[in-house]
Design a protein. Structure first.
Length: 71
């Protein structure tokens, strides 16, 4: 099952988008304003921990980006 499908089913997810290139992928997950981001990050990390990646693939990394970070 693609990571995008697993992430889309998490509670509070509004939008999932992804970009892939040779040897790398990036998935952006957008939540509603009401979602607690600490809880969202925990749920996302738990979901990613259950995914079996191809041999030699790096483990996923979760980073937060907030609209408050932009002027």
């Amino acid at each position: 099952v693609p990571i995008e499908q697993i992430v889309q089913n998490l509670n509070g997810v509004n939008v999932v988008s992804s970009n892939s290139m040779q040897n790398a992928s990036s998935i952006q997950v957008e939540y509603g304003f009401e979602k607690n981001m600490d809880e969202a990050e925990d749920e996302l990390n738990d979901a990613l921990a259950d995914i079996e990646l191809p041999e030699g693939a790096n483990e996923p990394e979760v980073s937060r980006l907030s609209l408050n970070a932009f002027p």
